[in-house]
Design a protein around this ligand. Structure first.
Ligand SMILES: [Zn+2]
Length: 258
């Protein structure tokens, strides 16, 4: 009898071990098995992104997201190049038409009065973002895209507005119920070593990190082309650990795994 009990106990232990390893195998991983996804983003539709960032991304065969401000003169002047980037697998994300921000916050002297979010209404913002989606659809033919909030400002005329525009987007960068997908850093003047160190030090419970660039080797809030290239080389050399894709692809994959 004791012998049978021992056998049953052993079976119970074996069963619990195998079910806990099954639990572990259900842990979230990205395509290819990596634990951390890296979304490379480039905001504001700048010349240096077309001149320096996209050629380097393409050299490494990495796909990224470009958050387009529709009224950027670079959109008008270089439309064919943006269209080619989209055709090549990069995402053209929504970053509004006019990049409205709250002029009342510190260091916002650059915000013109007619683009001051404190003077906007939520309805106006919904219209602006809807029209920006239409503008981008005319370039890349796509009906789904993600959004990066201009200046990260969440209030329009004093009212929260993201909940009213959620339905326009597959995802809003850095906003969602699951905080494991929300880590954001917008480096400027960082060296390649600092960019790599940042990625190396992401806590292990984080599944996705968003690196938001502006200028690359030019324009403003810039990193040098060399620093940018160093990061891309590092990510390419460590493909087993880091899964790089456009933000929309990453978020659609994460949604499909729920
Ligand atoms: Zn911006």
């Amino acid at each position: 009898m004791i012998f049978i009990k021992t056998i049953l106990l052993l079976l119970a232990i074996l069963f619990s071990v195998s079910s806990s390893s099954q639990e572990q195998s259900k842990e979230f991983t990205w395509p290819g098995g990596g634990k951390l996804a890296v979304s490379l983003s480039y905001d504001d539709a700048l010349n240096s992104q077309l001149d320096n960032a996209i050629p380097e991304l393409d050299k490494h065969n990495l796909k990224a997201s470009f958050y387009i401000t529709s009224n950027s003169s670079v959109m008008n002047a270089r439309m064919a190049e943006w269209r080619a980037a989209a055709k090549n697998g990069h995402e053209l994300g929504n970053h509004s038409i006019y990049h409205p921000c709250r002029a009342s916050l510190p260091d916002r002297q650059w915000v013109p009065k007619h683009h001051d979010l404190d003077n906007y209404s939520v309805t106006q913002m919904i219209e602006e973002l809807t029209t920006a989606n239409t503008f981008l659809k005319a370039i890349d033919g796509k009906t789904e895209r993600t959004y990066t909030v201009p200046c990260g400002d969440l209030l329009v005329g004093g009212e929260e507005y993201l909940s009213t525009v959620n339905n326009l987007f597959t995802a809003i960068k850095g906003h969602g119920a699951d905080k494991r997908f929300s880590l954001i850093w917008d480096p400027s003047n960082s060296t390649g070593k600092q960019l790599i160190e940042y990625i190396n030090n992401i806590p292990s419970d984080i599944l996705l990190v968003n690196i938001i660039f502006h200028g690359v080797g030019g324009d403003y809030l810039s990193v040098t082309s060399e620093a940018h290239a160093e990061l891309l080389t590092f990510l390419t050399n460590n493909r087993d650990s880091y899964h790089v894709d456009s933000y929309i692809n990453l978020m659609k994959y994460a949604d499909s795994m729920k």
